[in-house]
Design a protein around this ligand. Sequence first.
Ligand code: ATP
Ligand code: MG
Length: 557
Amino acid sequence: MAELVEKSLNFIEEIIEHDLEIGKHKTIITRFPPEPNGYLHIGHAKSICLNFGLALKYGGKTNLRFDDTNPTKEDIEYVDSIREDVKWLIEEMPMEWSEERYASDYFQTIYDLTVKLIQKGLAYVDHSTAEQMAVSKGTPTQAGTNSPYRDRSVEENLALFEQMKSGSLPDGTCVLRAKIDMASPNMHMRDPVIYRIKHAHHHQTGDDWCIYPMYDYAHPISDAIENITHSICTLEFEVHRPLYDWTIKNLELFPSRQIEFARLNLTYTIMSKRKLLQLVTEGVVNGWDDPRMPTISGLRRRGYTPAALREFANRIGIAKRDNIIDVGLLEFCVREDLNKKAQRVMAVLNPLKVVLTNYTEGVTETVEIENNPEDPNGGKRLVPFGREIWIEREDFMENPPKGYHRLTPDGYFRLKGAYIIKHVETIKNTEGGIEELRCEYIPTSKSGQDQSGIKVKGVGHWVNVATAATAECRIYDRLFTVEAPDGDKEKSFMDYLNPNSLTVLDTIYVEPSVKDLAVNDRVQFLRHGYFAVDKDSTDTKLVFNRTVTLKDSWKPA
Ligand code: ATP
Ligand code: MG
């Protein structure tokens, strides 16, 4: 079934192949057009994989274009983060963007084209107030009424538009509107505003402009200037398409074609930049790249690989209707990828000390353990072993239930890659809590050369006390407690925050091989899951983020 899906074309590929077949285009050019008003999220990752993936498949090109028509909401910090995130995601595809463009590169061209539009009698300056415009716009079931300024002469409109540009008019004095049809059943065609006055500093054009084109108008022009053949966007723009086509037709531009697909929605996740910004500004998370965020930078910091995100995008495919994807599928994809790639390491998160009373004091030996059973070329590493060992508290029980196969009073237990140990004594503190275990190791039971004849069911990971690396460990849970945090009209997504989305373990013990890891490196902690080195790590203390557990909650349908 999976193969069948891969082989059949999705509807966008069908359109592209048809266009190439009939010779409408010799090659294709797509673009990824983020507005730099926030960090990219996993939904954008889907769009990036789609646009770059199509260009790769058909030997075409993709531009990275910043749709920066709204200077008050945008920032250079966002431009930089977007560039970095796209680069990271496509690095191994192998793919690069053909050009880095900005809608603001075209402000002069858009202005000149707009003068042409006015000369054609297809745009007018409107001095109505915002309220008057809202009223005259009508409703979806009731036609709008023409503005009293609609029939201004071309000369008057040209002069007024020039005046708008000159900077002498305050914000909101008037707007430029396309002259289309106030009775159109499509509200977006009822003389939409195409330019507004905004005395705002722009991160690319500085103070050159005080009028800015509206997104719906600048977008088709930018696409056409770049000869974009297939302009792919999300479904909510379907109703904007007539305006897209109107703009291209009336300005006599390259015939870029807009194609819509369903935006990605994920369970337990919000996906709008505006809402993600609120999480950041209200301090719910520690910045845009907090590992709980569904941003590309958050996922990267959490330990996600570009390959896992691309595989995820690939698996969900392209839909024409809105749907919601189980976040478990995303976790499944990263688990699959890291299972192949991540070196195995032993780490004790909830430590209990074991003293091997018959092991010589002050001696450290090394045992050999394989790095990755999934990777035949993964090799082995030497792990130090000695008289004092950390094991997980969960690996010892005084009064074990039936079927418990780990260490119990007087019982045996194998330390992975090392020896079988036998429990001798439990040391308790004054409150009755277990402080430490005394055990004996069985010298003839060394892994790979076991001659002890003792059968044990339980095997556990461990860390040698004398050589352990200490680290901080951050365990993440879902940021929201419900599947659809913004699906409720009465309540805000802020009402569904999970108070336990972050648990910090101050001190965990890890085998010393991790001392060589660098920020963003990923490992598997045996039996615990996959972990990535956080940028908060210092020379003296490593910080690990749990990417995902080993257990799979998602099952392929
Ligand atoms: P948001 O509503 O989250 O702020 P946006 O659509 O306003 O997103 P843009 O920066 O305008 O963000 O989006 C850049 C591109 O990414 C657009 O082509 C947009 O359609 C696409 N995109 C945005 N969100 C998603 C999503 N959830 N799934 C798929 N594509 C998306
Ligand atoms: Mg937007």
